[in-house]
Write a protein that binds this ligand. Structure first.
Ligand code: NAP
Length: 195
């Protein structure tokens, strides 16, 4: 039974570098996951030119069907998973012009909810002694959370998944509320000018 390492979002960037490093050091199959097969194939081809042999799998982490297909491949062809690197994520640039509420929703939908779907689907396939690596950012550290009350809740070692999900949903609702209040304030300002 061959060992398997899966790296999500690995057609470029840090994920791609992790695949290359695993190809050098891991005794087993390394799976390069890409949401776009063409981009994924280019990445695989460039590693093949260096003498490595990763296998390609399509994976869009925001699509449960795509996650399910990866799970099926792992079950049928490898019977289990030894290393899972949760790397796929998005980040808006500092100068992004999209409204903050859209940035918050998009980021949380991919970086939190879609990754949670990956965990829920793939964790049952982890073999005993498997390793999971979750990529994060300094922006994801507890010290970045300004509310002491939320910080305390988030650092509770007994925090449940449901509690965490409801904190994240409350944050999104709060962002949306603030955006609506700002829009109303602007409309009020315009009305004042009109009269
Ligand atoms: N670079 C940094 O300075 C830095 C700092 C802190 C943390 N990190 C973390 O490190 C990880 C990699 O960052 P990076 O800089 O290498 O990012 P990147 O160059 O933007 O690469 C992100 C990868 O994730 C894929 N991806 C994005 N959304 C996806 C989705 N919905 N489904 C499947 N794949 C998706 C991208 O695919 P496409 O090519 O198709 O877009 C790409 O392959 C992320 O988790 C990030 O939060 C990076």
């Amino acid at each position: 039974m061959g060992r398997l390492a899966v790296v999500t979002g690995s057609n470029k960037g840090i994920g791609f570098a992790i695949v290359e490093a695993l190809c050098k050091k891991f005794d087993g199959t390394v799976m390069l996951c890409s949401r776009d097969l063409e981009r994924g194939q280019k990445a695989v081809d460039s590693l093949k030119q260096k003498g490595f042999n990763p296998v390609l799998h399509q994976l869009e982490i925001s699509d449960q069907n795509s996650i399910n297909k990866l799970a099926e491949t792992i079950k049928n062809e490898y019977q289990g998973l030894d290393i899972l690197v949760n790397n796929a994520a998005i980040a808006y640039k500092h100068d992004a012009t999209e409204p903050f509420v859209k940035q918050a929703e998009d980021t949380i939908n991919v970086n939190f909810f879609a990754n949670l779907d990956v965990y829920k689907t793939l964790f049952p396939l982890l073999r005993p002694h498997a390793r999971v690596v979750n990529l994060s950012s300094s922006l994801g550290m507890l010290k970045q959370v300004s509310s002491p009350e939320i910080r305390t809740k988030l650092s509770n070692p007994n925090l449940t998944e449901d509690e965490l999900v409801s904190i994240v949903k409350e944050y999104l609702a709060d962002v949306l509320h603030k955006e609506l209040v700002q829009v109303e304030d602007k409309e009020l300002e315009q009305d004042t000018y009109l009269f």
